[in-house]
Unconditional design. Sequence first.
Lengths: 231, 301
Amino acid sequence: MLELSNVTSYYGKTPIIQGMSLSVDKGDLLSVIGRNGVGKTTLAKTILGLTTRIDGTIRVNGADVSHMPSHRRAAQGLGYIPQGRGILPKFTVQENILLGTFARSDGAQTVPPLVLELFPYLAANLTKRAGTLSGGQAQQLAIARALATDPKLLILDEPTEGIQPNIVEQIQELVIRLNREMGLTVILIEQNVEFAQRAGNRFVILDKGAIAAQGPIDALTDELVQKHLTI
Amino acid sequence: MSVNHFWTAFAFEPFMNALLIGLSVASVWLIAALGLAIVYGTMGVINMAHGEFVMLGAYSAFVLETVVGVPFLLCVPAAFVIVGLIGAAIERGLVRHLYKRPLDTLLATWGLSLVLIQGVRLILGPEPKNLQSPAWLNASLRVWVFELSWFRVFIFGVTIAAFVLTWWLLHRTRLGLMVRAVMQNKEMAAVHGIDAGKVFTLTFAYGAGLAGLAGSMFGAIKNVFPDMGSGYIVEAFLVVVVGGVGSLLGSLFSSIGLGEIYSVFAYFTNGTFAKFWLFLLVVIFLRFRPQGLFADAMARR
């Protein structure tokens, strides 16, 4: 589904991720964990083509996207839920969801019914300005927008960060459901090890812009967590 | 001018006409400013060559009319298309390479304006050309105390149509959704499949086309000459800055406000003195409200 081979990714002239090789299979939920500033978000941005440039190759479903601009990568089936959610505040809820439809390959231009079904609050507030939503609602909107792209691979960057506690669990369950029930392949970037462990079937630990450890989720031992995640 | 003749006393009928002329001036300034407002608001590019797109529109109409023999009313939309295409080429060839360097865009488009002025002067000569409009457009229309030439009414109509069309494109079409998405957050637009480069080319071309449209009409009110653009660019910038960058509605209200202020001052004194007061008032206004009338529409980059 997704394959990075020997990828080095730069912001300006500075390499942030160095020589990273990684593969995600169809149906996987890969938990990406690591301390702050080790390159987790940069990994997501690298896959989407938002860093300055890369060396190495990135393949999505066998297609080489290494030098594709972001808007064409989106059309390859990458759904992105960025850190901080990236909602367009001046757009209505509906316009934000419709933004996702530009990446669809089937040309559909309306809010997908699945999205309305998953998020009743959004369905009831389609004309509301997105800038007035709470953190949890905005996160739902970001997920709704990514689902509107009809993605094959969903990349979530800390989906529960800065969200009121009663919504956190809802979003966690939703992420798991999208993977288990709807068969979406997911890359989940998480600080919360407990959730990363519960949701993922595989894990990657990043440290200093490189992979420090990876494997099936059972291999994520307390010792590894201790070594790479505690400060 | 003697002091005695400096002030004009109030008289009902001429004063009402001054108000009407204010609206007419507003429509001229608005159509000159609309393209500038869209390009500035969407792309963050201050196009110093905007006045020269107006000039190119006038020359397009002139060449079409005198060389090809196209009737004037068809020259107006044709100028939109021609200058739009020129704008697309300039975006692809020049402006595109400077998005990350806004100050350089300022210099580059200024340089471009000089090239365009001198280029036209070399090819078509420095002398003013005459763009003919149909006789009925030059007749006057009289309603109650108001008197206005049909040509002014025509410009007024075209401006309103262009404004409504632009608003509709931006707020009621998928294309407009793409433009507004790029305007707010280029990265987020891109990861959702929107080609920001294409959007910028289209936007710049559309803005240039509007300037061309304006030029084809301005050329017929006055003359067509190589540096005619500079006569409109200052007012166009005033309209955009006072209205609030990136706000169409702001440009509409500021053009009406500025046009009326100018016209009323011009009625009581004269055109030169009115410009002086207009600029002074704008400076004072911007001192207290630097973001303009409608401020929030622009994502700073």
